[in-house]
Design a protein around this ligand. Structure first.
Ligand SMILES: NC(=O)c1ccc[n+]([C@@H]2O[C@H](COP(=O)([O-])OP(=O)(O)OC[C@H]3O[C@@H](n4cnc5c(N)ncnc54)[C@H](OP(=O)(O)O)[C@@H]3O)[C@@H](O)[C@H]2O)c1
Length: 281
């Protein structure tokens, strides 16, 4: 056996939610490289054009599905549509997620005590309610598969304290709990369930910070590797969890954070710039 074959998913049928850009698009392309046919989702079909082209260029089938995961019923419908288009599902990477957003779409970073309840509820509906619905809807398809793997794209925010992003962090922690519960509950049906916890990764979602000099420097000063991750650095871990390379791994939260969540004990002495939050107390 060639060990690299463990990462192959030839002929597998995979659904990637939030596949229009960022981590989801990179994951969709990687799964196509590994041999999957893909269903990818986003709120609009044109947003998925580039992903569909990239998958097709790899010689795999790509189906684009639109739907807003904030709307009740949409998550389950997307799973059913994906399974119908591909003839079943072997791999589901539920990657779509959101930060609370202001009217103009920019991220709303407000401490819980000053945040609106409706912003909390929007984040919970997209990040948590839709996650439960995707998992529930995917179950009947995954139990029919010989190589079923469900991967939830959580976050390091679900592990470390994340002020000003409390709703986001709480939903990401809930995804970790859900992955563990489903992993145990579905294990004897042959369905593996794992979560992935990226740290700060350069995408549209984090452009507000990665493109803001002082804030970016402050955030990366807390990352032992001292920089932002690229989406490609999240892809390898996702492919591992999706593929037979992780066939005895379930209920795991795989951290890809450059060391952010490792307590440094204060001995490393990495220099820290002045905090851009010093005035907020
Ligand atoms: N970037 C990071 O630093 C980081 C760190 C840890 C975890 N994560 C997690 O990784 C995942 C991907 O993040 P990313 O940085 O790649 O984000 P991104 O660039 O903002 O992409 C988010 C994806 O989710 C889709 N999406 C957002 N809201 C949606 C909704 N209401 N209904 C349906 N689809 C929706 C987007 O599609 P459209 O907008 O085209 O509809 C897009 O495809 C998220 O779950 C995020 O929480 C990211």
């Amino acid at each position: 056996m060639n060990a690299l074959d463990l990462f192959r998913l030839d002929g597998a049928r995979a659904l990637v939610t939030g596949g229009s850009r960022g981590i989801g698009r990179a994951v969709a392309e990687a799964l196509a490289d590994a041999g999957c046919d893909l269903a990818v989702t986003a709120r609009t079909l044109p947003a998925l054009d580039a992903t569909v082209r990239a998958v097709a260029e790899r010689g795999r089938k790509a189906v684009a599905l639109d739907g807003d995961l904030a709307e009740p019923g949409v998550a389950a419908a997307l799973v059913d549509r994906a399974a119908a288009a591909l003839g079943g599902l072997d791999v589901v990477v539920h990657n779509a997620g959101t930060l609370p957003a202001a009217e103009d779409g920019s991220p709303l970073l407000v401490p819980l005590q000053h945040a609106e309840q409706r912003d909390w509820e929007t984040v919970v509906s997209v990040n948590l309610n839709a996650t439960a619905a995707v998992c529930r809807a995917a179950h009947p398809y995954l139990v029919e598969s010989e190589r079923a793997s469900l991967v939830l794209m959580s976050s390091i925010a679900g592990i470390v304290g994340t002020p000003m992003m409390e709703a986001y962090a709480a939903t990401k922690a809930a995804q970790l709990s859900l992955a563990r519960s489903l992993a145990v509950g579905w294990a004897r049906s042959g369905v593996r369930v794992n979560a992935l916890c990226p740290g700060w990764t350069r995408t549209d979602m984090t452009a507000f910070a990665s493109e803001a000099g002082a804030l970016s420097e402050w955030l990366t000063s807390h990352v032992p590797l001292g920089r932002w991750a690229t989406v490609d650095e999240v892809v390898g871990a996702t492919l591992f969890l999706a593929s037979p390379a992780s066939s005895f791994v379930t209920g795991h939260a795989l951290v890809v954070d450059g060391g952010l969540a490792v307590p440094d004990g204060g001995l490393a002495g990495h220099p820290k710039p002045p905090s851009p939050f010093a005035a907020t107390g």
